[in-house]
Design a protein around this ligand. Structure first.
Ligand code: AGP
Length: 648
């Protein structure tokens, strides 16, 4: 995994040797830290002599990029644990705490990115046991939480206040608690399956915090008469630059005077102190200069999680959020996919996949048009809304219009509990995690995976695919995350091409078949972050007018990833080259002929024609990024744009 290469912005902001992100590090540890991490929420904890509330607020405010739909704290104010938690941005919690001014020098805090249970006060963290004597914060997912919950209800009659997987942990620790919190935590984690970084406090042991790490990031901050825990370094930089990186299956006991790290066999382990040298801003971006490049590099994980969370042990697709039966599908005679911007471009690929795999006619439309054109809809219509934020007003209004006319509503959404998901009959959540950069990248590729899974699920339900066909598609889909990593591991050439082309003011993106959909997305990425005028067009359409704009050195990005349309694309490339265009082509590895017709070729790993969009868009994202950087643009916050467009 070469996450580090992309941090090197063009002007060679190289980090000194044997340092990563400017931190002097023994090599091994970091690699362990990053693999397969869940980074959906932010946790923080403090034990010391200072008032804890402001320290928790400061820490959480630096972790909001990890999740921002609800936040809460638990503070031991001498005798009891006070839990204050609210749906919404951290500022709401901050207001409440300022008003109430809870005293205490021991506490834990959490900012949430909902996975299990919609954002609400009761689903916010911290969670407690029935009596409130134990409070807990959790980042990650407890896979077997439902079994544990039923078990605790059956043998202990526990009453649960929330829909979350996390609350189960607090009850489990309570079940094993016999006056030794560390022991109870060990017994509890022995029963848990999944990923977790947890922080636990107990009013009967007011001198400690217990923290545990398993496949979710956890660090410990070392202070004078105080110590800290957090999901990530930015939360603690204001107080200390001395950190311990906690490894998998380690349990930490923090007191104000000391830190003990235990392994899973309860043996104390030694750990080198890390001295952090970089600022908080850089930290939130994990050393990347922009959130966009950080999120581009998070796509292997987003695609992996979005895919594998929908596969059972036999590799069958299980869409828990979608209750569409075979009978329902038989009745559906029309599907609309409706969205805006990048989500609309994902819908274009979805149309292609559903018609190809499930043989159901699909109409794709931009929401701002759909909502006013009085489309024909009835109870045999399936309306699919696609939205990262789930709050885009045009998409929401189109959804309501379709619902009013009797359509069944399926939404593909990234934000749990958002308006679009709440107003849908069926919801397919993408697992991209929080997307901060305005230019959508990881949400798009996870939307594509979602489209393929929905289309394959429909095809299997309707018996439209043979086992061999189904297995072939699934094997190829499972190979995609590694193939994305391969592209991310080799971005120099794309950066050099961007360096050579960033002064263009007009660019065309061309393609055939499903490549046209990716051409639209590539063109939008360039427009929205570099302010270069660019247009996407089906290559076969060029000769009907647009080719009049092709002249000497006109930059054309040509997608040629479809085997059955490859020769046609070669001639389209020759067509524009003959008029002086400079062509950068994107093609599958092994297709060498294209080097004879294009000026430059960016290769992507081979895969099935239908699945290439998840790979071919990556070089286009990176190309746009480096052009925007070369032009000195504010990549993460482009002018005139908002991350979620909640106005008409
Ligand atoms: C994409 O990079 C843009 N941020 C924008 O086009 C976006 O895709 C569009 O506004 C839709 O947003 P949504 O997915 O949150 O509904």
């Amino acid at each position: 995994m070469n996450l580090y290469k992309d941090k090197q912005i063009r002007k060679g902001s190289k980090f000194p040797q044997n340092t990563i992100r400017g931190i002097l590090l023994p090599k091994i540890k970091i690699r362990i830290l990053l693999r397969g991490e869940h980074n959906m929420c932010g946790v923080v904890g403090y034990i010391g002599e200072k008032q804890v509330a402001p320290i928790l607020i400061e820490g959480l405010s630096k972790l909001e990029y990890r999740g921002y739909d609800s936040a809460g704290v638990a503070i031991l104010d001498g005798t009891e644990i006070k839990v204050r938690k609210y749906k919404g941005r951290m500022s709401i919690l901050e207001e409440h705490l300022k008003e109430e001014n809870i005293k205490g020098t021991l506490g834990i805090g959490h900012t949430r990115w909902a996975t299990h249970g919609e954002p609400s006060d009761r689903n916010s963290h911290p969670h407690t046991n029935c009596s409130g004597s134990i409070a807990l914060i959790h980042n990650g997912i407890i896979e077997n939480y439902m079994k544990l919950k039923e078990w605790l209800i059956e043998i202990n009659g526990d009453h649960f206040k929330s829909e979350t997987d996390s609350e189960v942990i607090a009850h489990l620790i309570d079940y094993f608690y016999e006056g030794d919190l560390l022991d109870a935590v060990y017994k509890a984690i022995d029963k848990m399956e999944g990923a977790y970084a947890i922080g636990v406090i107990c009013k009967d042991e007011p001198d400690k915090i217990i923290a545990v790490r398993k496949d979710s990031p956890l660090i410990v901050g070392i202070g004078e008469n105080e110590n800290f825990i957090a999901s990530d370094i930015p939360a603690l930089l204001k107080y200390t630059r001395n950190m311990y990186l906690i490894e998998n299956d380690e349990v930490v006991l923090l007191t104000k005077d000391g830190i003990k790290i235990f392994n899973e066999l309860r043996q104390i382990v030694k750990r080198e102190v890390l001295k952090v040298t970089w600022d908080a801003q850089a930290a939130e971006k994990e050393g990347y200069t922009h959130f966009m490049m950080k999120e581009i590099n998070e796509q292997p994980k987003g695609v992996h999680d979005t895919l594998h969370r929908r596969l059972d042990k036999e590799g069958n697709i299980v869409l828990d959020g979608i209750k569409i039966t075979k009978e329902d599908l038989e009745k559906i005679n029309k599907i609309y996919i409706v969205a805006c911007g990048t989500a609309y471009h994902a819908g274009l690929v979805g149309k292609y996949a559903i018609e190809k795999f499930a043989k159901i006619p699909v109409e794709i439309d931009i929401a701002s048009e759909f909502r006013y054109r009085d489309p024909f809809i009835d109870e045999n219509t399936l309306f699919i809304a696609v939205s990262q934020s789930g709050e885009t007003l045009d998409t929401l209004a189109a959804l309501r219009e379709a619902k009013r006319k009797g359509a069944r509503i399926l939404s593909i959404v990234n934000v749990v509990g958002s308006s679009v998901s709440r107003e849908s009959d069926d919801v397919f959540y993408t697992w991209a995690g929080p997307e901060i950069a305005v230019a959508s990248t990881k949400a798009y590729t996870t939307q594509l995976v979602s489209m393929y899974l929905v289309a394959l699920h429909m095809a299997v339900t309707k018996g439209m695919l043979t086992d061999v066909q189904y297995k072939t598609y699934m094997e190829e889909l499972k190979a995609i995350p590694e193939k994305i990593k391969k592209i991310l591991g080799n971005t120099e050439k794309i950066q050099q091409l961007a360096d050579a082309q960033f002064n263009n003011e007009n660019v065309f993106y061309i393609g055939r078949g499903v490549d046209v959909a990716v051409a639209y997305e590539g063109s939008l990425k360039l427009k929205e972050i570099s302010y270069i005028h660019s247009e996407a067009i089906a290559a076969g359409e060029l000769k009907h007018g647009t080719i009049a704009l092709v002249e000497q050195d006109r930059l054309i990005v040509a997608l040629a990833t479809q085997d059955k349309l490859y020769d046609k694309m070669l001639s389209n490339i020759q067509e524009v080259r003959a008029r002086g265009a400079y062509v950068i082509a994107v093609a599958k590895e092994g297709n060498k002929e294209i080097e004879k017709v294009a000026d430059k070729v960016i290769y992507i790993p081979d895969t099935l024609d239908e699945l290439t969009p998840i790979l071919s868009v990556i070089p286009l994202q990176i190309f746009s990024y480096y052009i925007a950087v070369a032009r000195g643009c504010d990549v993460d916050k482009p002018k005139n744009l908002a991350k979620s467009v909640t106005v008409e």
